[in-house]
Design a protein around this ligand. Sequence first.
Ligand code: PHE
Length: 346
Amino acid sequence: MEIELNTIIDGVQDKMPHLSTRAELEAYKATILGPNGAMTAVMKSMGQVPKDEKPAAGKLINKAKSSVVTAFNEVMQRIEAGEMATRLGPSIDPSLPSPDLDRGTLHPISQVREEMVQLFSKIGFSVAEATEIETEHYCFDALNIPADHPARDMQDSYYLPDQLTVANVEKHADEKYLLRTHTSTVQIRTMLESKPPIRIIAPGRCFRRDTPDATHSANFHQIEGLYVDEHVSLLDLKATLDYFVKTIFGPKAKTRLRPSFFPFTEPSFEMDFYSPDLGKLSNKWLEIMGCGMVDPEVFKSVDIDPDRFTGYAFGMGVERIAMILQGVDDIRYYYQNDVRFLEQFA
Ligand code: PHE
């Protein structure tokens, strides 16, 4: 009997790989387990087995039957998986990118902002942020810009209605909210929150009531820098700006500071740079930022002792840097969302 059973099992094992449809499986199964099947025949022959051999024979048969049933189940699973695959169509690789979807990239302004943040973070500057809606105090007064200063003129600032309240920006009754005109507001907010040493850059969006043209936009971006500690000198400012310009415009670039005026720095400068490798803009001094040593009046407004601490600050337009780097001659391209323009910087 054992030999018969082993023959059946071997036969099933041999047949398994050749069964590829349900019908084939069912037909073959009938020849083993059906009423006239080989296994059924062996089971029927149990009647002739002497009584004392019956338990052993029964065990053998059960074992053989369960191995055959397991084999048939395996075949069934394989057939079902095959049917499913046929229904699903050809196999796909879900890790491949979609063939018809264009990949987006960072906006060219964001790319330049990221590059600038990276290079300043390498020399110890961390990123600080503040709100785009500001109060007159943070945008002007605390920065030593008096009420009659031209920058406060209705002509170049977006003031918000008096009845508006902005939950996260505290305002005194006698002042107005406005959209910040520069990121210098972040200098004040940072110096109020933390004590020196302070070394931050503040990238962010600013707004001015400008008539748009090739170099002006009512909404634009700046990066502010502020370093406050004991013994910070003009030399530190110049060295930092040299590093910035050489890193972003190449090692042959040169910088120069030209005397200027900002109410919140003293002395104040415009920084120009010059590079022999800038295409059409080569070998010309180009003005790219305002900077200077933090005015003691500003320190007083944030309760930092001007006799103990000194600092420098700078602020520049991200669009201006981007236009020079990317050879773009009209700032408006950056805001038109024309893919033909944007994809050149992908
Ligand atoms: N906030 C000035 C501007 O928008 C730039 C500036 C920043 C100048 C910091 C000096 C120091 O023009």
